[in-house]
Design a protein around this ligand. Structure first.
Ligand code: NAI
Ligand code: OAA
Length: 306
């Protein structure tokens, strides 16, 4: 199993590290445009191999796509991150050109690859890969919901004063400060709806904290987060590489599901060796449906800027 990660910055390197530590891939290629940067990150990571007990071979290259040839999975993290006070959508001007070029170079060298898009604004970048390449829809996956759901569980556990392993929950919709749809109605602690333990006000607070999860970290760090994003990507990569048939909310091209068409937005999917093997349609209540529609309108506005 060969995985390429484009962008050896904060998220790309964290993603390569988690993939290596989980020890399921034979090879990870890190590619960056900055001279020597990916080589340096790869060497540093390889020097953790004997300490962390992994056999994955990590190599770094400067913009040499021939070294990415025949990758089973390619992750795109290249592009600029936001600074405090910015929205993800403001990154479109620079990141759209980067994602278009990078995806085209990747596919030339790995025509059978599955692409995972991370660069922001992620739903629109995922849509751009659909529009600008011939890859079938099951092989283009946007990573956002897996991260947002992890943040949702963190906030739920905090409110419940419970360990995170007691908590389950999912966030669908757009990966934006206003567009996320945390499904509080379906969230549980050990199969019991969290509404049994938390007031509506507290649940609304959890929902709001989840939606601005990325912005909160950006304010604290001065740039956006990388550990949880890297871990979330590694989870998707592992589900595909190991044919796990795991369910994650991912940005996926919808063709009628959730009443939406011609848009990439977060919905639960089953991930296995073919990439997106199924889009799971769950019954939403009226408020959740309205929230999802509103979220889609936001994503479409950003898509219109392409
Ligand atoms: N979807 C999600 O949940 C998340 C998305 N992100 C997004 O991921 C992207 C990367 O974030 P960070 O790693 O923090 O940024 P970073 O600045 O640390 O790393 C980005 C890397 O991309 C490289 N790069 C730029 N243009 C390139 C090109 N044409 N080819 C190859 N490499 C190129 C840069 O040299 C840099 O090393 C941002 O757009 C950020 O908003 C970040 C966290 C979560
Ligand atoms: O907040 C950002 O800009 C980066 C990101 O998508 C996240 O951490 O959720």
């Amino acid at each position: 199993m060969k995985v390429t990660v484009v962008g050896a910055g904060a998220v790309g390197a964290s993603c390569a590290e988690y993939i290596a530590i989980k020890n399921f891939a034979s090879e990870v290629v890190l590619l960056d445009i900055k001279e020597g940067f990916a080589e340096g990150k790869a060497m540093d990571l390889m020097q953790t191999a004997s300490l962390n007990g992994f056999d994955t071979k990590i190599t770094g290259v400067t913009n040499d796509y021939s070294k990415t040839a025949d990758s089973d999975i390619c992750v795109i993290t290249s592009g600029i991150p936001r600074k405090p006070g910015m929205t993800r959508e403001e990154l479109i001007g620079i990141n759209a050109g980067i994602v278009k070029d990078v995806s085209s170079n990747l596919i030339k060298n790995s025509p059978n690859t599955i692409i995972i898009v991370v660069s922001n604004p992620m739903d629109t970048m995922t849509y751009l890969v659909h529009k600008s390449t011939d890859l079938p829809k099951n092989r283009i996956i946007g990573m956002g919901g897996a991260l947002d759901s992890a943040r949702f569980k963190y906030r739920l556990a905090e409110a419940l004063e419970a360990p995170i392993s007691d908590v389950d929950g999912m966030v669908i919709g757009g990966h934006s400060d206003t567009g996320m749809v945390p499904l509080t109605r379906l969230a549980t602690r050990n199969s019991i709806p969290v509404s049994e333990f938390l007031s509506e006000d507290r649940l609304n607070q959890v929902m709001e904290e989840t939606k601005v999860g990325g912005a909160t970290l950006t304010k604290l760090l001065g740039t956006s987060a990388w550990y949880a994003p890297g871990a979330a990507v590694s989870g998707l990569v592992q589900a595909i590489a190991c044919d796990q048939k795991k369910m994650f909310p991912c940005s996926v091209l919808l063709e009628g599901e959730y009443g939406l068409n011609d848009i990439c937005i977060g919905a639960p999917v089953i991930l296995g060796r073919n990439g997106i093997e199924k889009i799971v349609e769950i019954e939403l209540n009226d408020a959740e449906k309205a929230h999802m529609q509103e979220s889609a309108e936001g994503v479409r506005k950003t898509n219109d800027l392409l």
